[in-house]
Each structure stands twice: as C-alpha cells, then as structure tokens.
Design a protein around this ligand. Structure first.
Ligand SMILES: [Cu+2]
Length: 69
C-alpha cells in the first residue's frame, strides 16, 4: 500500500472535496482518498500494482484542478 499527498492549490470548499474524493475514490485500486481543505491537499492510499499515481493525478485534473509538484 502506497500513501501519497498531492498539493492541489485550487481546493477551496466542500464542493472541491466531494468532487476530488469522488473521482479519485472511484478508481480501482484506491483504498482511501481524503481532501484537506485548509491544507489544499489530497492524501490517497492506493495499491501501486493496481493503479498508478499518474492515473490518480489524471482523475483530479479531469475534475478541473491542477496538481502542483
Ligand atoms: Cu470548491
């Protein structure tokens, strides 16, 4: 199990939280996804043999958010 925290500076409200947690949590292999609104981060736990970090980043970007390095 991998855990990664991604910086998503455009996170601002509950809508962002619901969108991002929904999109990333729906990916096969993602065990848990949690958005921290004040910190503007997404912490994902995933099985690296089932889903890649690039897939997770793409799911966030598909919701209209930039993922910062
Ligand atoms: Cu929002």
């Amino acid at each position: 199990m991998e855990t990664q925290t991604l910086n998503v500076p455009d996170i601002s409200c509950d809508h962002c939280k619901v969108s991002i947690e929904g999109a990333t949590g729906a990916l096969d292999g993602v065990t848990e996804s949690r958005v921290d609104i004040p910190a503007k981060t997404v912490t994902v736990m995933y099985e690296a043999d089932r889903v890649g970090l690039t897939d997770i980043v793409s799911a966030i970007e598909d919701q209209g958010y930039e993922v910062a390095e």
